[in-house]
Design a protein around this ligand. Structure first.
Ligand code: PLP
Length: 359
């Protein structure tokens, strides 16, 4: 019950163990098509350029930046936790200038500040933000932020690593241009793959680039030759075949449950966990209106030894919870309720174990 990777279901682990076949085998190519169509469902998009990058969430992030940011570009980056900082690094390594819009850790992105940044930098090419900040347990208003980007003729890059499968991610409804996610959070798949999706405006920007993308591996024009639409599939890299079996199975499970049911399950168990924690006298870091159901930030109670409590939970109850990060290090715990791990059994285990360790 940490901030990810979450528990992987036996069904996904079984898929992972199936015999390895070639990455251009007709059976595998059929599976790739199914993965794309299941990703369309999970992301709620019809974007043709939707595929899993064969590397973790950070590579999905990098794929968005290296394909859309060129030297000299100005990018407005929102930071209200760890991962906005990683976006800034990406912008600068692409030769761009990052204009930072900062909010306190534990607070959502302030739309008014982003609006002001666009007024000050009207030629900004991209607006980048994290929808669900894993370091703070906060959800920001992705629809409003994507709209702001469109209104200002900028592209949006949206981090949905922790959101997909846990809360509403609606690429087409938001009008988001480039979105990446991860497999290891609410999809409860093995870590190491990053689904990405690029909308028509982002695809046009990629096609009209004046310079080659500096990363060969993440150059979407090349990756498209392997994962692309109607063209004949050609070798680009050796796909992690077994991890793709696992992703396929986890996406299938999400579709079988239904997006809305999955979001409701996360909300229901989150409500139960919060009620239990508050009954124990503990308090939440984030205001109710902006809390992520899949990641619960709990203030450390007076006098509690952060590391000792987490170590006792792990050794006595085989239960992992996360430490606070950055500005929240030593001040909060991060309790995950992600995907397969988001269950009544885990809520009860966590509350009783924490109560025993703290008393
Ligand atoms: N973005 C967010 C919001 C994350 O939570 C994470 C990982 O926890 C990442 C990006 C990076 O993903 P990965 O660790 O899979 O590279």
């Amino acid at each position: 019950m940490g901030p990810g990777p979450s528990d992987v279901s036996p069904r996904v682990l079984e898929a992972l163990g199936r015999p390895t076949i070639g990455h251009l085998d007709p059976e595998f190519v059929g599976l790739m098509d199914e993965i794309k169509s299941l990703l369309h469902y999970a992301f709620q998009t019809n974007n043709e350029l939707t595929l899993p990058v064969s590397a973790p969430g950070s590579a999905g992030m990098e794929a968005c930046f290296v394909n859309l940011v060129s030297p000299g570009d100005t990018v407005i980056v929102c930071q209200n936790g760890v991962f906005g900082g990683r976006m800034k690094e990406n912008v600068e390594r692409c030769g761009g200038t990052a204009v930072m819009v900062e909010d306190e850790w534990g607070q959502p992105i302030d739309i008014a500040k982003v609006k002001a940044a666009f007024e000050q930098y009207p030629t900004a090419k991209v607006l980048a933000f994290v929808h669900a900040e894993t370091s703070t347990g906060v959800q920001s208003d992705a629809k409003a932020l994507c709209q702001l980007a469109t209104d200002n003729h900028a592209l949006s890059i949206v981090d949905t690593v922790t959101s997909v499968g846990g809360i509403n991610v609606d690429i087409d409804g938001w009008g988001a241009d480039a979105v990446y996610s991860g497999t290891q959070k609410c999809l409860s798949c093995v870590p190491g793959i990053s689904p990405v999706s690029f909308g028509p405006r982002a695809v046009a920007a990629i096609q009209n680039r004046e310079h080659k993308v500096q990363s060969w591996f993440l150059d979407m024009q090349l990756v498209m030759g392997y994962w692309g639409g109607n063209t004949k599939r050609a070798y680009h890299h050796t796909a992690p075949v077994n991890a793709m079996y696992a992703l396929h199975e986890s996406l299938l499970m999400l579709k079988e449950e239904g997006l809305e049911n999955a979001w409701q399950r996360h909300q229901t168990h989150h409500d139960a966990l919060v009620a239990g924690l508050e009954a124990m006298g503990l308090s939440m870091v984030v205001d109710k209106a902006h809390r992520l159901p899949q990641l619960n930030l709990v203030n450390l109670p007076e006098g509690a030894d952060d590391a000792a409590v987490r170590a006792a939970l792990l050794s006595e109850y085989s239960l992992e919870i996360g430490a606070g990060l950055g500005a929240l290090a030593g001040k909060a715990w991060r309790i995950g309720l992600m995907g397969h791990a988001c269950s009544k059994k885990n809520v009860v285990l966590c509350l009783s174990a924490l109560d025993n360790v703290l008393s």
